[in-house]
Design a protein around this ligand. Structure first.
Ligand code: BGC
Length: 760
């Protein structure tokens, strides 16, 4: 007891100290801002892309290998005093080049030629994906399928370590947009369809990135993306309008951002699209009232790429660029990703004009700059903009790679396994098929060494693709690889064609089992727009032709989002969803296929069966009614949210509730369930707790995920898992668009067990 009290006192003391430091940093930020001229303040809000500082040829193209242009460096940083830089140039850079660039940039501050250090940001969204030799993790959609918060935190920590090693202290990650439109080209960047899972995993990533102190050599500032509603475009195409009622906005799309703010995130990037006709970059209600006001966000908001300009050029709201700046800054935007060299002068001048004309107040400008400077102070950039390289001995280490592999192992999801087709036996002869099995780009996806990720010339040396991982696992005589189909871009659209079908059929006759790897071209943002979720014909055709031979077919899906495989699902004996598992994903996959590791990934989205029907696990009852069968069986996904099999079998028993009634204030019910591993091998099970409101003033969801825990279970081991239900777990957004609690009956469910309780 005494120790506990001491702990409490120490904890409270630490908290007070941290608050004090934050208070004094804020004070320091304000006094720095006080001593800046208006022009210097405006320059702090200006962010340019690295290309703006690079030497170019006579046609204005960046010369490669890239070199900083001394003249531009002096002009932009020393004279115009811009506050921020971002991005990599065309492709990934090695650690040495990164550090040389950053040393030159920070050198200007260190030699006291400017008063304020630059904050440099990069998209290290699945590991340090823009540094040669950086450790590449699964993309977020795969990470969310691990349902493992500790792994998410570790991925954040390792990414922070390696990013800061390059001299970059700011990461444009995580994406907290919900994955509810599979057509959207950035679906793979999300943490799936559920707000609770995305909130928990997102907060874990933020904690990993930011660590316990932002000024540590191993932390980076996390940037929440993209506030808010970006992932739900009506058309499915990137950066097109979303229409989201306030209820849905509050209940589904905002919570993951609130959770990240509570986890300490101190920067946010804004949605490039519009919600309900209002572009994200001028949405004062969302940005100022909700994010900065209600959520208490103390960090700064950066625009997305060129997005202030786009209020004029694309959204057709601002009549000119000056009005665009006024609208965005007054809505609560603090920094503009301008980001081109050609536009920065205009941005600085028009901002200044608008300020002098009183269109932007001193209070607003000071607030924006104080927020930016506060983050720079928190990062310790004023003291140490960059730490020595010898502080990073673990960059790209085997240990980091092992964590990335563990993330892949725990994300890859077994969706079907008839007649124990898997695990494969090392004595079986395997025909491995698929263009995606023979190149790392298909297991990494976009934001890997290049923006779109299609150029394989930058692939990580020594990382294995699927074919190589098989070659490492079994004797050459037992493995035959054929492409089967080719996957390319034709006029920028994904294009697929069968390759040597007759040869493939002949090879198939000679093997015991056929592993067909299916996949997509890496793509993101507007270039990644697609028109249908149907998998390209040639891949389907290949499987159809093969099944006539009667050999067991195993499908491995390298999908950044669900693609429709309804017609070939019955033709396969086993199906594995590998998502975009990163550089170490192939060895994880092959270990799983051969049963050296056990599957534990669970879908973080509802896998659709049909192209035209989008379903989510939290559907309402009306969606279940079928006019064909007159039953409640209309919801018909290929696989449900949370689904994933393993090589062992778990049984659930003894669901119990500490009581069956709860009052609104200070009350709780303890729910318990017993989970046992009845199989012969160890495994990890994700215990998923859902709550259903039986009747409510707003049509209630079928069920809502409220709590989950990933547990380890040895053979014959049993564990009892607890979920403490609080009244807040029963809240929903009511008719007046406010979070409310309504009395009534509720159902708690875990696996196939259900129990009821009520709220008085
Ligand atoms: C993307 C952002 C990204 C930014 C900087 C934009 O086009 O939408 O997600 O962080 O570029 O690279």
């Amino acid at each position: 007891m005494k120790t506990f009290l001491l702990f409490l006192i120490l904890f409270a003391f630490n908290k007070i100290q941290a608050q004090d430091t934050d208070k004094s940093l804020l004070k320091r930020a304000k006094s720095i801002v006080k001593n800046l001229s208006v022009k210097e303040k405006i320059a702090q809000t200006c962010q340019l892309t690295l290309d703006a500082l690079l030497k170019t040829n006579d046609q204005g193209q960046v010369i490669t290998p890239i070199v900083l242009d001394e003249k531009k460096l002096v002009q932009l940083i020393e004279q115009d005093k811009i506050g921020s830089l971002l991005n990599v140039s065309a492709n990934t850079l090695d650690l040495k080049t990164w550090r040389t660039i950053l040393e030159q940039i920070h050198g200007i501050y260190l030699s006291k030629r400017v008063k304020i250090p630059i904050i440099y940001g990069v998209d290290a969204i699945h590991g340090a994906n823009y540094i040669v030799g950086g450790t590449l993790f699964p993309q977020e959609i795969g990470l969310s399928a691990t349902w493992n918060l500790e792994l998410a935190r570790k991925m954040g920590m390792i990414t922070a370590y390696e990013t800061r090693a390059s001299g970059v202290p700011w990461n444009f990650s995580p994406v907290l947009d919900l994955g509810r439109k599979a057509l959207w080209s950035r679906y793979f960047e999300t943490l799936g369809e559920d707000q609770h899972l995305a909130s928990e995993m997102g907060a874990a990533l933020v904690k990993g990135y930011q660590g316990s102190a932002l000024n540590s050599p191993y932390s980076v500032l996390s940037c929440m993306k993209h506030f808010v509603g970006y992932s739900y475009p009506n058309s499915g195409r990137d950066r097109t309008p979303a229409w989201i009622p306030e209820r849905q906005m509050k209940e589904l799309f905002l919570p993951s951002f609130k959770a990240a703010v509570d986890a300490g995130a101190l920067s946010v990037m804004i949605n490039s699209g519009s919600v309900n006709g209002i572009p994200g970059h001028m949405n004062k209600n969302l940005l100022t009232n909700i994010l900065k006001g209600e959520f208490g966000f103390k960090g700064f908001a950066v625009s997305d790429w060129e997005d202030i300009r786009m209020l004029h050029t694309v959204h057709k709201i601002a009549e000119n660029q000056k009005e665009a700046i006024v609208l965005a800054i007054n809505a609560g935007l603090d920094m503009s990703m301008v980001p081109y060299y050609g536009n920065y002068r205009e941005y600085l001048d028009l901002f200044h004009e608008a300020f002098m004309e009183g269109k932007i107040s001193k209070t607003r400008l000071d607030d924006a700059v104080t927020r930016i400077i506060y983050a720079k102070l928190k990062l310790g950039l004023f003291e140490t903009p960059m730490y020595p390289l010898d502080q990073y001995p673990d960059f790209g280490s085997k240990e980091f790679q092992a964590t990335a592999k563990q993330a892949a192992l725990e994300s890859i999801t077994l969706l079907k396994n008839d007649k124990q087709t898997l695990p494969l036996k090392k004595s079986e002869k395997i025909l491995l098929l698929g263009a995606v099995a023979d190149n790392l780009i298909f297991q990494n996806g976009s934001w890997t060494h290049t923006w779109q990720g299609v150029d394989s010339s930058f692939n990580t040396q020594n990382a294995l693709n699927i074919k190589q991982a098989f070659q490492n696992k079994i004797a050459p005589s037992l493995l035959k690889y054929e492409k089967g189909y080719e996957l390319t871009l034709l006029n920028n659209w994904e294009n697929c064609a069968l390759v040597d079908l007759s040869k493939v059929i002949e090879e198939a006759k000679l093997c015991d089992k056929i592993v067909v790897c299916l996949g997509e071209m890496p793509a993101t943002e507007k270039p990644g727009d697609i028109r249908s979720l149907n998998l390209c014909e040639a891949q389907l055709k290949l499987v159809e032709e093969l099944q006539t031979l009667g050999k067991p077919i195993i499908l491995v899906c390298l999908f950044g989002r669900p693609r429709i495989i309804r017609t070939i699902e019955p033709l396969a004996s086993a199906i594995v969803n590998a998502y975009l598992p990163g550089d170490y994903g192939s060895s994880a996959l092959v270990d799983l296929l051969y049963g050296e590791e056990n599957f534990s990934g669970k879908l973080s989205y509802t896998f659709p069966k049909y192209d035209g029907v989008m379903e989510h696990y939290d559907y309402v009852n009306a969606e279940t009614l079928s006019g064909k069968t007159n039953k409640n069986d209309a919801i018909d996904p290929q696989w449900p949210f949370g689904f994933g099999m393993s090589y062992t079998s778990y049984s659930y028993s003894n669901l119990s509730l500490s009581k069956t009634s709860m009052v609104r204030e200070n009350d709780s019910i303890i729910a318990k369930i017993t989970v046992s591993n009845n199989g012969k091998i160890a495994g990890k099970e994700v215990v998923q707790w859902f709550i259903t409101d039986e009747y409510a003033s707003i049509s209630p969801a079928n069920k809502k995920l409220k709590y989950f825990e990933k547990i380890d279970l040895l053979p014959n081991q049993t564990k009892t898992i607890e979920f403490v239900i609080h009244p807040s777990d029963l809240k929903f957004v009511g008719e007046n668009n406010e979070w409310i609690l309504e009395k009534g009956n509720f159902i708690i469910s875990v696996e196939n067990f259900k129990s009821t309780f009520n709220l008085d």
